[in-house]
Design a protein around this ligand. Structure first.
Ligand code: PEP
Ligand code: MG
Length: 576
């Protein structure tokens, strides 16, 4: 049966694939009692599902050969025996016929009963048989829940997988993308989470906040993930598939049109030049940034180097990555952000402090780096060495107060002296900038500007800290809104203060690459945007339609908005 599940788009695009549940909804069953007239048909459905499960096991056996087959066949035999166990089958029949259990509920009841029997056994081998029971009954429940037609199964076998999960960790997503994952449907999460950022970076369509995904979708269901409209279509119809093909054609056409903008200047309608920078994490981002005519890299997130492997990357490993970045940008400036581990970014390196009650308000970003000067110095040395290959700026995350910048500068100075003693080539003086993502840094930005050569506003975090709303929590959607007046006023203030101090200010949060906010940011005086490279041409295209002088004149009105709804309405009015 076709079903539409709505969610919020975290990464645009569409994909057609088979569902793969990370937490299968195997034991989410309907517990309402059966009506007398349903008993026979439901019994038939149950036996049909049992037959399907037996058939699957036979097919599985047929596909295995050699030593592996001998080992696995033992399990298949055990599972087949369980499926034919007279006691189990009689119990199921009785539960449906006499107890008026629905088949799924009857299976679950039998599973719980058998599991309890095995669990009570002393022999560890027999105790472990509980897993077999789980797997066998899970297989029957899957067969029961699967309503896929034969045609749909044939089609599904030819397409890849769409992950259905509650949430997904960035590291898992990177791994699965390499294994051919087509898209993600998450039942919670937010478009501003790091997983969402990564999905955009990997060009994987992703929906978040699809509430009933895990209880409605089953393994192997055919899914049309439509992250353009913000919905997942379960069991799509021929009409849905036609819509998908039309989208594919349009996307290819739009891609060709935008490609003509790749090396066009970035200019507003009234002729103001704007700098478009790229946010980068991985080598393909760098290639895309070049191909789409970025003016440089505005944010290189180095933590991805630390999350990819267990343990810390060595100085040489880091140097190689940074040098490749610098060389890859062919003489354009690159902004390397020092390590921003903590909070939602996993602790692969073993650095994140355990037991913090509020990790987002804890030792993360520069706070963490300054606690581990030896680890930080390794990164600083690698950056200094790479900076001999092209223009590099250094960006410090989670700055709260000037002394943190002063401490980072001192570490850079010491690392230079060390490298000099080792006769290593050194670059000219590097610019040192601060991320403005902590409210204190924004409010006290004048003091920060005395020590920073440039600023990069991180609206993903600034919004979460100004609004006291976790950027990954979809229950706070109505609060976590980039158009919140408090945030707009802070942005306007920081941009104006940067201009007053004659220091560059860029913005590298997700709104920088979202065309919905391009007019707003121009109105607030921003002239350096940093974004995921996939957005560069869209933003360049949008900027060419906007008149900066007119928008600037509207800024005072926008800044008087009292609610985000009011700001949204005003923006719509201004842009027309
Ligand atoms: C931000 O906070 O806006 C930002 C760009 O940094 P990250 O998303 O890596 O925290
Ligand atoms: Mg941040």
């Amino acid at each position: 049966m076709r079903q539409i599940l709505a969610g919020a788009t975290a990464a645009k695009g569409m994909a057609l694939g088979r569902a793969r549940l990370v937490q299968p909804s195997r034991y989410l069953v309907d517990t309402r009692p059966l009506g007398e007239d349903e008993v026979e048909s439901e019994l038939a459905r149950l036996h049909h599902a049992l037959d399907t499960a037996r058939q699957e096991l036979r097919e599985l056996r047929g596909r295995l050969h050699g030593a592996l087959a001998r080992e696995v066949n033992e399990f298949i035999d055990a599972h087949s025996l369980l499926l034919d166990d007279p006691e189990l089958l009689r119990g199921l029949d009785d539960l449906v016929r006499i107890g008026h259990y629905r088949p799924g509920a009857a299976l679950k009841k039998q599973r719980d009963r058998l599991a309890a029997v095995f669990e009570a056994m002393d022999d560890p081998y027999l105790r472990s048989r509980k897993e077999d029971v789980d797997q066998v009954i899970g297989r029957v429940i899957s067969a029961l829940q699967r309503q896929t037609s034969r045609e749909e199964r044939k089609l599904a076998a030819r397409v890849g997988e769409i992950l259905i999960a509650d949430t997904i960790a960035p590291a898992d997503m990177a791994h699965l993308a390499g294994a051919g994952l087509l898209g993600v449907v998450a039942s919670s999460g937010s478009p501003y989470s790091h997983s969402a950022i990564l999905a955009r970076s990997l060009d994987l369509p992703m929906l978040v906040g699809v509430r009933d995904a895990l209880s409605t979708i089953h393994d192997d269901d055919l899914i049309l993930l439509d992250a353009e409209r913000g919905e997942a279509v379960v069991h799509p119809t021929a009409q849905d598939l036609a819509h998908y093909r039309a989208w594919q054609r349009e996307a290819a056409q739009e891609g060709r049109r935008l490609a003509t903008l790749a090396h066009a200047p970035t200019r507003t309608k009234d002729g103001a030049d704007i700098r478009l920078l790229a946010n980068a994490e991985m080598p393909p981002d760098i290639a895309m940034a070049r191909a789409r005519g970025a003016d440089g890299v505005g944010l290189y997130r180095t933590e991805f180097l630390f999350l990819r492997q267990k343990g810390l990357p060595t100085e040489d490993e880091q140097f190689n990555a940074y040098r490749d970045l610098v060389l890859g940008m062919g003489g354009l400036p690159v902004t390397i952000r020092t390590l921003d581990l903590g909070a939602d970014k996993a602790d692969a390196a073993g650095l994140v402090l355990r037991g913090e009650d509020n990790p987002a308000l804890g030792v993360r970003g520069v706070r963490l780096s300054l606690r581990y000067p030896a680890v930080f110095t390794t990164q600083i040395r690698a950056i200094l060495r790479a900076a001999c290959y092209g223009p590099v700026r250094v960006l410090v995350p989670m700055v709260t107060q000037p002394d943190e910048l002063i401490a980072v500068r001192t570490l850079f100075k010491l690392a230079r002296q060390e490298l000099k003693r080792e006769n290593v080539d050194l670059p000219e003086k590097l610019s040192l900038g601060a991320m403005v993502e902590v409210p204190a840094a924004a409010i006290n930005v004048r003091a920060l500007l005395e020590h920073a050569d440039f600023l990069a506003i991180g609206t993903n975090d600034l919004a979460q800290y100004v609004l006291a709303a976790d950027r990954g929590n979809d229950a706070l959607d109505n609060i976590y809104n980039p158009l919140q007046p408090a945030l707009l006023r802070l942005l306007s203030y920081v941009i104006a203060e940067g201009r007053r101090a004659k220091k560059p200010v860029s913005l590298c949060g997700e709104i920088g690459g979202d065309v919905h906010f391009t007019a707003l940011l121009l109105a607030l005086g921003l002239n350096e945007f940093s974004m995921h490279p996939s957005q560069l041409l869209h933003v360049r295209d949008r900027l060419a339609t906007l008149d900066r002088t007119v928008l600037r004149a509207h800024a005072p009105r926008l800044l008087r908005a009292r609610t985000h709804e009011e700001a949204e309405a005003l923006l719509a009015q201004i842009v027309g």
